[in-house]
Unconditional design. Structure first.
Length: 345
């Protein structure tokens, strides 16, 4: 659904006669959690039990990531989640000092006992545990080259070979949310996240040497994975771009300046509402479109949808049709968001 939202937003790009603004939009989480949850406690369970510690050391040496690189990556994964969860208006979170042993691989361990879960929630005054159950990393290195044109010492054109190295780091993380009140695991999710690191040099060896070391690649990708999971379970503010029309007649130009330069949206909307009735359909559909944006900016999505539909009915333009889809999608998402933002405590 997020991908669809991004595609709809990026499709709304106009080639001329427009200005742009950014809107802050609170998007719902991918999953809806029980309303009684107000505070989470975060737990690390990625350190291997004794039987797996030897393999983790061998793996770090063989892959070149260094001993316990995944441990640092897991710590950064938790930091990524902590950071994004501190930005949501819905929940609070803290991190437990205690850790539980897991598999030390990408596989899930047996769920924690409910006695341990309840004890930890009581100690931290929280309603649920978020547990990073598994963490594993893998990397792939590729190289290529191309001819580039430069000027030699005498200023004459010359062709040289430039070498490129690309490190693709994959992090697999597994999460569980334990809800002791109902003795349920209310989310169990494992996914892969990726980052690609690029470098260039005069030789293939120089390009590879210019890449960040694998340990750094693991920790940075781990942080991103934690952030990704935060978006899955908590409503988050995002910034979206919108365009509006600023040409057609003097009122359209003046209203555009009001909105863009001094933020006088009410004044701009007064002029757009007038021009929405213009006998010139080119001006009318643009004014209706701008009215839809003004209403969205005010948070009045149902009325924004009405104006967007009017814009399409007058002008039959793809930009208006796309905006209708965007507003309809936002209305659907708003229903999920309202449910997620409800607190039953």
């Amino acid at each position: 659904m997020k991908q669809l939202f991004i595609l709809l937003v990026t499709a709304l790009t106009f080639t001329s006669c427009t200005s742009s603004i950014n809107l802050a939009v609170l998007q719902p989480a991918d999953v809806t959690l029980p309303g009684e949850i107000q505070k989470f406690t975060l737990v690390n369970r990625t350190k291997p039990a004794k039987k797996n510690q030897g393999w983790n050391i061998v793996e770090g040496i063989l892959t070149g990531e260094g001993v316990f690189a995944d441990r640092e990556g897991a710590d950064n994964c938790l930091s990524g989640l902590m950071g994004i969860m501190q930005e949501t208006p819905r929940y609070t979170i803290n991190q437990a000092s205690i850790e539980f042993k897991g598999t030390g691989t990408e596989e899930f361990a047996t769920p924690l006992s409910w006695a341990d879960v309840e004890n930890l929630c009581t100690k931290n005054n929280s309603e649920a545990l978020i547990v990073l159950e598994s963490f594993d990393s893998d990397s792939r290195l590729t190289n290529d080259s191309k001819q580039v044109q430069i000027k030699d010492k005498e200023g004459l054109p010359a062709s040289v070979t430039e070498f490129y190295s690309h490190a693709r780091m994959e992090v697999k993380s597994g999460w569980r949310i334990y809800y002791p009140k109902e003795k349920k695991i209310i989310d169990q999710y494992r996914f892969s996240d990726f980052l690609t690191f690029d470098a260039k040099g005069t030789t293939a060896q120089n390009a590879t040497a210019a890449l960040p070391n694998k340990r750094e690649c693991v920790t940075r990708t781990g942080y991103q994975a934690g952030t990704t999971y935060g978006y899955r379970i908590s409503p988050q503010w995002i910034t979206v771009s919108r365009y509006f029309y600023t040409r057609g007649n003097n009122n359209m130009k003046f209203s555009g300046k009001k909105a863009r330069q001094i933020g006088d949206w009410k004044g701009a909307m007064e002029l757009w509402k007038k021009e929405a009735l213009n006998s010139n359909t080119k001006i009318a559909w643009k004014a209706n479109y701008n009215m839809a944006l003004g209403c969205e900016q005010e948070g009045n999505l149902p009325v924004a949808l009405e104006w967007a539909k009017k814009a399409y009915n007058i002008g039959h333009k793809s930009a208006a049709a796309q905006y209708v889809n965007i507003i309809q999608y936002r209305i659907e998402e708003k229903q999920r968001l309202d449910e997620q933002m409800k607190s039953q405590k």
